[in-house]
Ligand binder design. Sequence first.
Ligand SMILES: [Zn+2]
Ligand SMILES: [Zn+2]
Length: 351
Amino acid sequence: MKALRLYAPGDLRLEDIPIPLPCPDEVLLRVLACGICGSDIPRIFEHGTYKYPLIPGHEFSGIVENVGSEMGKDWIGRHVVVYPLIPCRQCSSCYSGLYTQCLNYDYLGSRRDGGFAEYVTVPGSHIIPVPDGVSGVLSAMTEPCAVALHAVRKIPIAVGDTVLVMGAGAIGILIALWARTAGAEVFMTDVVVDKLRFARSLGFKNLLDAMQTHVPDWIKQKCKYGVNVVFETTGFPIGLETAIESCCISGSIVLVGNPACKEMSIGIKQYGMILRKEIHIVGIWNSVINEYPKNEWQVVLEEFRKESDLYKKIVTHEVSIERLKDFLVEMYQKKIFPIKAMFVNKEIESC
Ligand SMILES: [Zn+2]
Ligand SMILES: [Zn+2]
């Protein structure tokens, strides 16, 4: 099979390697599509992965091609998505059912082989069937959409609440869509005008180029006391400072973006505002699939089934495995700014 393997930070190689064999409790997937996550770029070009060589990619969908001896044969041929975090099921977090907080987890695409390949083996307990009518390209967006849902579910949002989303990348756009579905009036900022244009094409109207206008001033013109909730997806300290200044008294800030620079310090003025305004600041990490009765991944897949035309638009770039390496380099060099780019296995794309 063709696979894109990382040998060291920046050393990506497209190789022909044997198709892996599933262990007894695993399944072999033929990858339909695998999204490029914002976190993949620093992982591939700067920080590296936990072992080498390793196939990156954690946002993928596929068709079950084969199953291990402990897995039911009826899985074969089914379209599934894969929850990428594999908990140890032995640590204190796992014993408490907090699998995303596992102290010794494995992870598809950073600690073990992921989806930038034609095939991948995954634990059978981590596959989730995709409803009919959802394409392989759309279903590959389940993971980031579930992360966005997890962020929006962290703070209760009521109809008529005001929400500021900082950053109009894939996660920011997906958060904005969930917040709009929850009944909020959504404001969104970015420094890349094309991303704001894209948000406009999805029906968002309150958009601001943060390079041109001071965001807190703009927010105060729109809603006198500041917004109820800010989602910070940029990962820059200025983003957090802006969030604090734009937030209303007793408002909430949800930190979503991974740190985008080495120092994450904020000014004394903004620090004081956290105290005076009694702002509630909370972080989020991944998404959860072990909730009863409806987990976040199921909510997302159901939403994709109902709103497939809307969510399909978010996939702005599709690339083949042959083109994937150059495409990743162009993203790293900031020559292109896709909202959501994906490796798509063209041979079986019709699925
Ligand atoms: Zn991701
Ligand atoms: Zn654990």
